[in-house]
Design a protein around this ligand. Structure first.
Ligand code: XMP
Ligand code: MG
Length: 182
């Protein structure tokens, strides 16, 4: 395996492990949406890497669209404010919508998004989260139908996830050294 970036404390999911996770999720989604022509929505920017991979692991007809919301300004703490930066270009009424997310932490971002999309009367809305952060005694505000992996309560970067817009290009998921942001 390639050596980790010097700012990475440890690698949580290697490229190989990510490949297996994505293949498994693609199979699950294909099985459930075989005749549903889902609209797969990625939340920018973090989810683009996962989206690019998982859409190629989905083998039934589907289409894609993108949304941008911002909940974490430039740092590591939730501001609690969710702002729609870019809305969908597609009408979702009557469609089976699958939201693809990079990471589910408190779930507040997605719970807001789900409520907003629900008001447009889609046939269904589900979530596929690449990783879910495990926080003791806390349940995320939404329940993803598809989960890639669980990660510990640490700040993770890579595979689309950033700290101040950096590290998105790392091909693995790793824990960022706290010295980088402390
Ligand atoms: P909530 O708490 O609303 O947060 O589920 C989801 C969004 O917060 C960002 N986030 C992270 N980004 N490493 C990151 O790079 C992390 O460990 C992390 N935790 C939360 C992310 O943008 C996600 O969409
Ligand atoms: Mg971010």
């Amino acid at each position: 395996m390639a050596e980790a970036h010097p700012d990475i404390e440890s690698i949580l999911l290697s490229e190989e492990e990510i490949k297996e996770i994505v293949a498994r999720m693609g199979k699950e989604i294909t099985r459930d949406y075989a005749d549903k022509n889902p609209l797969v929505i990625a939340v920018l920017r973090g989810a683009v890497v996962f989206m690019a991979d998982v859409m190629r692991a989905i083998t039934c007809p589907m289409s894609v669209d993108f949304m941008a919301v911002s909940s974490y300004a430039d740092g590591v703490k939730s501001s609690g404010v969710v702002r729609i930066v870019k809305d969908l270009d597609t009408k979702i009424e009557g469609r089976n919508v699958l939201i693809v997310e990079d990471i589910l932490d408190s779930g507040l971002t997605l719970s807001y998004l789900m409520r907003m999309l629900q008001s447009r009367n889609p046939a269904s809305i589900e979530i596929a989260a690449f990783v879910v952060k495990d926080i003791e005694g806390k349940k995320p505000a939404v329940e993803p139908r598809y989960v890639g992996a669980h990660v510990p309560n640490a700040f993770v970067v890579g595979y689309g996830l950033d700290y101040a817009e950096r590290y998105r290009n790392l091909p693995y998921l790793g824990i960022l050294k706290p010295s980088v942001y402390e």
